[in-house]
Write a protein that binds this ligand. Structure first.
Ligand code: NAD
Length: 501
């Protein structure tokens, strides 16, 4: 059934009328069309209905956006920290005041159940702005004792460091959790005194446009945030190669991360990369299964598995393997799939037809290689891009389904006998983004958290996010961290000053 626009909130309808008609580039404080006039459609993945047209920015638009950011950055960096903090806090307040509309926009464009945006991701975005409002007033250099002994008679050599913003940042973000992932770039960059050009993912541009409106309303000066929508290989690639961009803050796939890294070579841009994952959930024999079974199920099925840190590889001790895997399969079967705007929906569609076909491809190849679909494993629904929540068994460690990131509701389950064996299996991956360990034993918790190679290890939980907790990966899961003081660091340079006084 096509989307019933009349059922949407008036604020959402007004937003779509205002910004989803191809006039959605924000450059130097002005909303405009792409210079070429080109647009592309953005769809509701649950029904396939067109939500509107988004501007496809070309090279001229990218140049204008970077030039606007360059001009604005100097003034923004000179703004006293308390003023930057005030604006960041105001953005958070306005996001909160508009949270129901934002959640509806995110659900329409991305497909996620309303509760995911309304109660998890958008509050997460709000907290990013509040945390980094504080950090804006917490930027420090050092004074350094030096051993320079050739100063003129009667003089001393003093040395110190100051922190300066990196400059103009290109923020390039994916489609799975658009608002919170965008906030994870914008909030620390603005706190540090950087100006930005934001490139949202082509499947989910809308919430970035509403966020940008809110940031303008909060008093962010013109040019400090510019938004250019468009396709990755065109708008994204042009932005990544631009020689007047100082840093690329990228979240997306490992393959695109490689392209971004190549593009950064043009002028040795600073680069942070938050990339893919194939994160293990490990259930030890002493786990509390009342916690672990729904915990590992939620680790993969939340947001339809379209989460970078999704627990997509399940390792269960052989003594409890069947009980846990059956429990997770029952959880998967119980999930209500539907349009994200329906109140009882627990899992929505995947983001696009292209992505649904990609996930289906993984499932077909896994079946061909001899894996069993204990539950799920197929497309479902008359319209939209729904995939049934899936548990895959009878796999071997070399299979594609065990090694590659599917980015859908697909869990691969395997048994283990010894802790050494599961640590080796968990680490047998090109990725190293996250892991969870389910155990009541202190020794297990310490040993596993130290020996698993990942940016984050959760014990008896999964996907606990907080703006104060750095998130990011080792190995091919990326470079650098979002959130936490580490994120602020990545938008700052060190300057050393040495003075004879
Ligand atoms: P993607 O790499 O296809 O796209 C990400 C962004 O890059 C989009 O805005 C896209 O338009 C742009 N892009 C594409 N080609 C480009 C190019 N050549 N130059 C510059 N920009 C380009 O990723 P996706 O499919 O949108 O998102 C899913 C991926 O993101 C998954 O691999 C997931 O694990 C990863 N992800 C990682 C994290 C993390 O924090 N580590 C968080 C969320 C998602």
């Amino acid at each position: 059934m096509p989307l019933d626009f009349a059922s949407l909130r008036p604020a959402t309808r007004e937003f779509l009328a205002r910004r989803a008609r191809g006039e959605g580039l924000l450059i130097d404080g002005e909303w405009r069309k792409a210079a070429s006039g080109n647009t592309f459609a953005t769809l509701d993945p649950a029904t396939g209905s067109e939500l509107g047209q988004v501007a496809a920015a070309g090279a001229d638009d990218v140049n204008d956006a970077v030039a606007a950011a360059r001009a604005a950055q100097v003034k923004w960096a000179a703004t006293i920290p308390v003023e930057r903090a005030r604006i960041l806090w105001k953005i958070a307040d306005l996001l909160e005041a508009n949270i129901d509309e934002l959640a509806e926009i995110e659900t329409l464009d991305q497909g996620k159940p309303l509760f995911v945006g309304r109660w998890a991701e958008i509050p997460g975005a709000i907290n990013q702005f509040r945390f980094f409002a504080g950090q804006a007033m917490n930027i420090e250099g050092n004074t350094i004792e030096n051993s320079i002994n050739y100063q003129p008679e009667g003089k001393q050599v003093r040395s110190w460091t100051v922190r300066e913003p990196v400059g103009v940042v290109a923020a390039i973000v994916p489609w799975n959790s658009p608002l919170v992932l965008t906030a994870m770039k914008l909030a620390p960059a603005l706190a540090a005194g950087c100006a930005l050009v934001l490139k949202p993912a082509e499947d989910t541009s809308l919430s970035a446009l509403r966020l940008a409106e809110i940031m303008v309303e909060a008093g962010l000066p013109a040019g400090v945030l510019n938004v250019i929508t468009g396709l990755g290989g065109e708008t994204g690639a042009t932005l990544a190669q631009h020689k007047d961009v100082d840093k690329i803050a990228f979240t997306g796939s490992t393959a695109t991360g490689r392209a971004v890294l190549d593009a950064a070579k043009t002028n040795f841009k600073r680069v942070t990369l938050e990339l893919g994952g194939k994160s293990p959930s490990i259930v030890m024999p002493d786990a509390n299964l009342d916690l672990a079974i729904p915990g590992v199920a939620n680790a993969i099925y939340f947001n339809g598995g379209q989460v970078c840190i999704a627990g997509s590889r399940l390792y269960v001790h052989r003594s409890i393997h069947d009980q846990v895997v059956e429990g997770v399969a029952n959880y998967a079967k119980s999930l209500k799939l539907g349009h994200g705007l329906e109140a009882d929906t627990q899992m929505g569609p995947v983001v696009s037809l292209r992505h649904a076909e990609r996930v289906e491809g993984f499932l077909q190849r896994a079946k061909g290689a001899g894996a069993t679909m204990l539950t799920g494993g197929e497309r479902t629904g008359e319209a939209g891009t729904f995939i049934t929540p899936t548990v895959v068994t009878d796999v071997t460690p070399d299979m594609e389904i065990v090694r590659e990131e599917v980015f859908g509701p697909v869990l691969v389950a395997q048994a283990f006998d010894e802790p050494e064996e599961v640590i080796a299996a968990a680490n047998d991956s090109e990725y190293g983004l996250a892991a969870s360990v389910w155990t009541e034993g202190l020794s297990n918790a310490h040993r596993m958290s130290s020996e698993i190679k990942a940016g984050t290890v959760w014990i008896n939980c999964h996907a606990m996010y907080d703006p104060a907790l750095a998130i990011g990966g080792v190995k091919q899961s990326g470079w650098g961290r979002d959130s936490g003081k580490q994120a602020l660091e990545s938008y700052l340079e060190w300057k050393t000053v040495c003075a004879v006084v």
